[in-house]
Design a protein around this ligand. Sequence first.
Ligand code: SF4
Length: 190
Amino acid sequence: MYQVNEIFYSLQGEGFWTGTAMVFVRLGGCNLRCPFCDTDHSARTPMTAAAILTEVRRIGGAVRRICLTGGEPSLQVDPALVELLHGAGYVLHIETNGTRNLPQGIDWVTLSPKEDAAGVQGNGRVVLEHADEVKLVFLGTDVERWASFPATWHFLQPCSCANTDETIHYIQAHPHWRLSLQAHKYLSIR
Ligand code: SF4
């Protein structure tokens, strides 16, 4: 059984795939406690992999992308779930804090490190060695070592839309970063 917080159909609001339709499978639980966390990642519903697939098909229709998120999805995502969803024809994205190794074969890895964030409870040390994109919540601290993390894209994202101007100014001075906005919040969608 997987402990599921919610499954919903929306558009990706952050990073490279902004604007792309996906089914979001939010898994309950996180190994960190970040003071700025605005996500409800409590576990609500125990579901089998087959039940997750059924719900994804029901709400997602023709869409073929799933974003595995949380909480920290690596606490629960395992080869069996990856194999089932791949076998059903889905492209799998994952949004992770990078503190745990991932099962093989996930198609798009978004690393959102919390290692340097002040006030984080838990061991936020990143063990992943590469990702497709780094998406860093900008808290005004030194972020430059993440700019060279092995990834194709490097995004800075304001913290809950509160420091957007500061983030823009930082990117103007450090143009190897790109801006990621939480577009879903501006659009008032999930
Ligand atoms: S790692 Fe992400 S989900 Fe977990 S507490 Fe931090 S911000 Fe929230």
